[in-house]
Design a protein around this ligand. Structure first.
Ligand code: IPE
Ligand code: IPE
Ligand code: MG
Length: 264
């Protein structure tokens, strides 16, 4: 019941947005969008609420953004949910953040299934509490056969950690002679990353006005278009996303060449 009400409320995009959406969909949209969801704490502070209230509100933005990205025809949406550096935060905040995947998925999993969304995760699950691991595992299993948009959570993810792990894998293969030095190429390195099965992001979005990568997908973002917005993550909405995609479609991605007046 509650779920139905929510669905009605947030999927009803105003007509002007619908018109803009239709125009955007006529041009190529980014295949893979990665988002650094930042600003939950400041959102809460502005309202004199505890930081966790911002994280809870941010969870609703995850749902809204997922549905809208799906509507846009984006194929992979990677969301930075918890970094390897976020363990430095107070335990109470970490505990709350670790409960969010469970809450998000128990509330919205049916809707994700309905929308043919496939849930995946990058990052190390080793340090995650078992309830967090189980919630993500359950969602991955329930959506394993979906072939629509991939919703990829970066959870306990750190790009440098990922690179170190990839180096270890490749070093082991070299020492065991299963690969040769000449076979170490950009492709084999990409293949050793947690994103081996995904295309690199075309577009990186960071909310909250911070202009840094915070250890996120350093290898994969080599040629991504970057978009930074002042909007705090809980306030990020369909309009914010659409404006960024409209701007993206005006850019010229040359990849070092002189060609490409239009986005490819
Ligand atoms: C992003 O919001 C969520 C996570 C990093 C888990 P923050 O919690 O970083 O919010 P600010 O940056 O303090 O406002
Ligand atoms: C990056 O945000 C991590 C996530 C969004 C999960 P942070 O708020 O942790 O990054 P810094 O500390 O501002 O670099
Ligand atoms: Mg932050």
């Amino acid at each position: 019941m509650f779920d139905k009400l929510l669905r009605k409320k947030t999927t009803a995009v105003p007509s002007t947005l619908q018109e803009r959406l239709a125009i955007v969909k006529e041009k190529p949209v980014p295949t893979h969008v990665a988002i650094i969801m930042d600003g939950n704490g400041r959102w809460a502070k502005q309202r004199k609420l505890p930081r966790i209230a911002g994280h809870h509100e941010g969870m609703k933005t995850v749902r809204k953004t997922t549905l809208f990205a799906n509507e846009l025809g984006i194929q992979v949406l990677t969301l930075y949910a918890f970094s390897t550096e976020n363990w430095k935060r107070p335990k109470l905040e970490i505990d709350f953040l670790m409960k969010l995947p469970g809450e998000f998925l128990s509330t919205y999993l049916p809707e994700l299934v309905e929308n043919n969304v496939k849930v995946e995760m990058i990052g190390s699950s080793d340090l995650l509490p078992s309830h967090t691991k189980e919630a993500i595992q359950k969602a991955m299993e329930a959506t394993a056969h979906n072939d629509g948009m991939i919703l990829n959570f970066a959870m306990n993810y750190g790009s440098r950690f990922e690179v170190v792990e990839a180096v270890k894998t490749l070093a082991l293969q070299l020492s065991e002679n299963t690969i040769q030095l000449e076979e170490l190429t950009e492709e084999t390195v990409s293949g050793a990353m947690m994103t081996s099965h995904l295309p690199d992001p075309d577009l990186l979005i960071r909310t909250s006005g911070e202009v840094r990568l915070s250890n996120f997908m350093l290898w994969q973002l080599a040629y991504a278009e970057l978009a930074f917005t002042e909007v705090l993550w809980p306030d990020f909405n369909e309009e914010s996303m659409l404006s960024i995609i409209e701007d993206y479609q005006k850019r010229s991605r040359r990849f070092g060449s002189l060609e490409g007046d239009e986005i490819k």
